[in-house]
Design a protein around this ligand. Structure first.
Ligand code: C5P
Length: 221
């Protein structure tokens, strides 16, 4: 079978990264978590004390970052200039700032270029917000994965561990705010591509959803 590219987009907490990782494993493809790349830039921008809407400074910072994604046991490992920053990317602080960083033109351009290079040889499962619409408009298979806001908040709540530092209700509101920022931004907003297949994962097991995508992929490849 020919190798194809698979784009999986959708709002926060829809299960994209878990599903994408399973699909990549089953097809022996490479998984690319593009949200982790925006999170890595956000981490470094916070560390450098930059303002989240300073396109010039954050763009310059992003150019100095060598971002490498490696397959890990659980989530994907993210190396920035050789340092493994993976454990630092899923905090409330990053959650609250990442959608501002993701609005910046220069950051989006750099990330999209990097993502396209990663997908050039095909055989990539890439998850994000704008993969089917902007990064890989020619991806052979596009999926738009959603779930109800409550279900998505519950999934993200579990990711925060034993001391979440936030209530489920508050987290649900913060996720809704992040989705709004992602949907309303000018460049490459969160949007279902016209040719993306829609999956609502509410109440469905992650395995079942991943299997459905694998079967679609096999039918196309
Ligand atoms: O997928 P994840 O929740 O880790 O993404 C974090 C944030 O990164 C999103 O809320 C969005 O602002 C940004 N993002 C993006 N484009 C992508 C992937 C993520 O703007 N392709």
């Amino acid at each position: 079978a020919a190798r194809i590219n698979i784009a999986i987009d959708g709002p926060a907490g829809a299960g994209k990264s878990t599903v994408a990782r399973m699909v990549a494993r089953d097809l022996a493809y490479i998984y690319v978590d593009t949200g982790a790349m925006y999170r890595a830039v956000t981490l470094k921008a916070i560390e450098a004390g930059l303002s989240m809407d300073d396109d010039v400074s954050v763009g310059k910072l992003a150019r100095e970052l060598d971002i490498v994604l490696l397959p890990g046991k659980e989530a994907q490992l993210v190396l920035v200039n050789g340092q493994d920053v993976s454990p630092l990317l899923r905090t409330l602080d990053i959650n609250r700032n990442v959608s501002y960083i993701a609005r910046l033109v220069s950051v989006r351009k750099q990330m999209a270029d990097l993502q396209r290079r990663m997908a050039m040889a095909k055989g990539v499962v890439m998850d994000g917000r704008d993969i089917g619409t902007h990064v890989l408009p020619d991806a052979e298979l596009k999926v738009f994965l959603t779930a109800t806001p409550r279900e998505r908040a519950t999934r993200r709540y579990r990711e925060l561990g034993d001391n979440p530092g936030i209530t489920l209700d508050q987290l649900e509101r913060e996720i809704a705010e992040r989705d709004r920022l992602d949907q309303e931004r000018e460049i490459a907003p969160l949007l279902r591509a016209q040719d993306a297949r829609l999956i609502d994962s509410t109440g469905r097991s992650i395995d079942e959803v991943a299997e459905e995508i694998v079967q679609w992929g096999l039918a196309i490849a």
